[in-house]
Design a protein around this ligand. Structure first.
Ligand code: CA
Length: 178
């Protein structure tokens, strides 16, 4: 059993050492809204490796959100560039299970979950992992809760949010953690 090290997907030392994380590339490559990038052979071979589609060269994001519309929006927004792989957990229990099976590079965590409080879940995750965590809150007053309790979240976003702001905050959190 491997220890839960958050950067275990970092490739062995080689010529890619300037970008140990593909997180920044994830955002930079996001195409304009609504249009898929042209699938030229060159861009296809450069930007993705189909054989490794499940994980080795993609930023893995775990979204913990029971509202399927919001989870779907986050997934669509982050996967649009082709360098992120988003998994959705609809409850805290499912999130703990998924994150222990395959540690993500980033967790986006809703505060109000059907089986508990996102703050408590954040604390539990922090006991074993320093994975970047972006909290989602429905109300401004929840922000005080997140900050006041110092639960270990790296940033927060208040719903409803602009997808562009989501992308910017994800990028910022990943850059700080790399
Ligand atoms: Ca919720």
């Amino acid at each position: 059993m491997r220890p839960a090290v958050t950067k275990s997907n970092e490739p062995p030392a080689n010529n890619s050492s300037e970008t140990p994380y593909n997180a920044v590339r994830l955002i930079a490559d996001l195409p304009p809204c609504g249009r898929a990038p042209p699938a030229t052979p060159e861009s296809a071979s450069r930007s993705r490796t189909p054989q490794a589609a499940r994980g080795t060269d993609k930023t893995r994001v775990l979204v913990v959100e029971d509202e399927s519309d919001i989870a779907g929006l986050i997934k669509h927004t982050l996967e649009r560039g082709g360098d992120a792989w988003v998994e959705v957990a609809q409850s805290g229990d499912q999130a703990l299970k998924l994150s222990s099976e395959q540690p993500p590079d980033l967790i986006i965590l809703d505060l109000n979950l059907p089986d508990g409080d996102g703050v408590e879940l954040c604390r539990r995750i922090r006991k074993t992992s320093d994975v970047p965590i972006l909290m989602l809150t429905a109300r401004d007053e929840d922000v005080d809760k997140i900050i006041g309790l110092e639960v270990g979240a790296d940033d927060y976003l208040t719903k409803p949010f602009n997808p562009r702001e989501l992308v910017a905050r994800v990028k910022s959190v990943l850059r700080r953690s790399s």
